[in-house]
Design a protein around this ligand. Sequence first.
Ligand code: ADP
Ligand code: 5GP
Length: 217
Amino acid sequence: MGKDDTFRRQGQVLVVCAPSGTGKSTLINMLRREFPDFGYSISYTTRAPRGHEQDGREYHFVSRDAFVTMRSRGEFCEWAEVHGNFYGTATKPVETMLGQGCDVLFDIDVQGAKQLRNTFPDGTFVFLLPPSRAVLVRRLTGRGTDSEESVARRLDNAAGEIRQADFFEYWVVNDDLDMSYQELRAVYLAGRCKPALRPGILDAILGTWETQGGGDG
Ligand code: ADP
Ligand code: 5GP
């Protein structure tokens, strides 16, 4: 077995969830900028594209009928209805990326994260928290993309999502952006060291004792 085979790693599933407005897109973009090899799971959705969104880049935009057909064929490893639209993750592309040793980032909601743990029990599940309701209001109104009604709905949903934070292995309170980024980055890097992502590595390393013989390094 060559060095490359010995040290080959399976990709890590990194799931990041947060109430809308917490800063999830901001932090995920920072992570993808620093680690450009990150695989990204492009979800399927029945909602319409917004602004500059392109089919196949932010999402695969599909009709409700097409989504339901994919779902009935068992093509999704998780799916959920969020704000009246369907969202789902197709299993195949994710498995391909993981098999190639590529880490895969998921930006999905809490319902989806819970389902995904059944498929990827060795994944890393992170929840981002706003420091307070007042800060969340400021961020939601400050970014200027949501109507008053939409902000009110997101605030209501936020409390329900925060009550489910116990499901997650890691919490990052997004107060100071730089510190939050350092924390998210640390969680990601630690997740890469999970033994489950290194099947066979101990045997491979110990095997070098057998092939090299006694103690000459
Ligand atoms: P989400 O993707 O969670 O809905 P965004 O990343 O769009 O949230 O962030 C919402 C707003 O809050 C944006 O205007 C963003 O620039 C701002 N923001 C994100 N993190 C912080 C932070 N730690 N401190 C101050 N403002 C922040
Ligand atoms: P938006 O429509 O604003 O892009 O996303 C709305 C919500 O749907 C966000 O919380 C986002 O994380 C979530 N979401 C996006 N893709 C998926 C997916 O494939 N599955 C699930 N369960 N949620 C998703």
